[in-house]
Design a protein around this ligand. Structure first.
Ligand code: NAD
Length: 355
């Protein structure tokens, strides 16, 4: 692996390696782009097979955060951190040591929860640095972002419905949700309250039972999700599930869900969806409600401000779909271009020295 080559290819500003043998800390902080503001992105704890794999993940995820913040209209750049190891290495000292590393960056990077890290870990980081979000409510935290994430997904989904059917109403529409966890459950609630019919797929029987008893619907398993004869497929579980194999099975005209990195191969799968006339709401656009929630926390804004902002994902998705249609490109290419244009226009402002 050639880190400088990868950094150059993806456009990174800075990558920091953090080590503290006393507490077993090996971490990478990747700062992709800070044109719009400090680089914000979660801290992932993962038992990577190699250091190269950890580096690639940090670089890829931090770049994604730049685009997510830019398209969401936030004054944030893109960053991400990874700690190498499994859950057994977790300790107060480990996260405090990591907090001190973050503090040394003086606000250029702000962390939050991600895979295998939680509010308690953020609270430990907070003991050493203010540059952390997603802390507990006692420390002024914004709490679980999932209802706000789901609200953004719901509104992005409505924008897709309007493009396909001429009306954003979900009443009488059928939506298949894969993954009825934090995001999927809240999405199901918003849809059910407004008269949509639901199809559920989850590998956790308890989550299916809860959704069926509260909302009612149909349960499908495995590939039946992709084959469902519905208006919308809403992947809200894991990434990579929209791929060459599954796209062939899809009957729904819309894919709009909260799961991150839903396409196995971004460029190829986008084209495959376009060839089948299937509309895709880019995942990083439609699931940005969680980021809006932590941004509100940073700014000290009330929680309903983040909910309002997530509702505006409706307009963002509509403009992306309209640009994709006008330029003959995929929705992901369209949203990438809008995000890049915003970053470039703000970068030009910075040529005027104001201090
Ligand atoms: P979660 O763990 O609460 O829920 C995930 C659900 O998916 C669980 O019920 C799990 O049993 C189910 N699942 C896992 N593998 C499955 C499979 N193969 N088939 C069917 N179901 C499966 O997670 P979450 O917080 O709801 O997040 C869901 C997705 O949304 C993730 O991709 C996450 O990265 C993304 N996301 C979440 C937020 C947020 O605010 N929680 C914000 C942005 C993006």
């Amino acid at each position: 692996m050639k880190p400088f080559v990868e950094m150059a290819e993806l456009g990174h500003e800075q990558v920091i390696l953090c080590r503290n043998d006393d507490v077993g800390l090996r971490a990478i902080i990747a700062i992709h782009n800070t044109t719009l503001g400090p680089a914000l992105g979660g801290c992932r704890l993962y038992d990577y097979a190699s250091e190269a794999e950890a580096m690639t993940d940090a670089l890829r995820l931090s770049r994604g955060m730049t685009y997510k913040a830019a398209i969401a209209g936030l004054d944030l750049g893109g960053g991400k951190s990874v700690i190498i190891g499994d859950r057994s290495i977790k300790s107060e000292a480990l996260f405090r040591a990591f907090g001190r590393q973050i503090e040394s960056l003086a606000g250029r990077y702000i962390t939050a929860e991600d895979m295998n890290t939680n509010v308690q870990d953020m609270n430990d980081i907070r003991r050493e640095t203010q540059w952390v979000t997603g802390v507990g409510a006692h420390a002024g935290g914004s709490g679980d972002p999932s209802p706000i994430t789901a609200w953004g997904v719901f509104n992005g989904l409505r924008a897709c419905l309007e493009v396909v059917y001429g009306t954003p109403s979900v009443s009488g529409r059928t939506v298949a949700i894969q993954g009825i966890g934090n995001v999927g459950y809240n999405l199901a609630k918003y849809l059910h309250e407004r008269g949509a019919k639901l199809v559920f797929s989850d590998i956790n029987a308890g989550n299916i039972d809860r959704a069926m008893s509260e909302f009612g619907g149909t349960v499908v398993e495995g590939d039946e999700f992709f084959q469902s004869d519905v208006d919308v497929l809403a992947p809200c579980a894991i990434g990579g599930i929209i791929n060459k194999r599954t796209i062939e099975m899809i009957k729904a005209p819309i894919v709009a869900g909260g799961a991150n990195n839903v396409l196995a191969n971004e460029d190829e799968d986008c084209d495959r969806l376009r060839e089948k006339n299937i509309i895709l709401a880019p995942d990083y656009v439609i699931n940005a409600g969680g980021l809006m929630s932590v941004y509100s926390e940073l700014r000290g804004w009330p929680a309903d401000k983040a909910m309002d902002d997530a509702g505006k994902i409706f307009t963002t998705v509509k403009s992306i779909l309209s640009k994709a249609n006008a330029d003959g490109i995929s929705s992901i290419q369209a949203s990438n271009r809008i995000a890049e244009a915003r970053i470039e226009s703000v970068a030009k402002l910075q040529r005027l020295r104001v201090g």
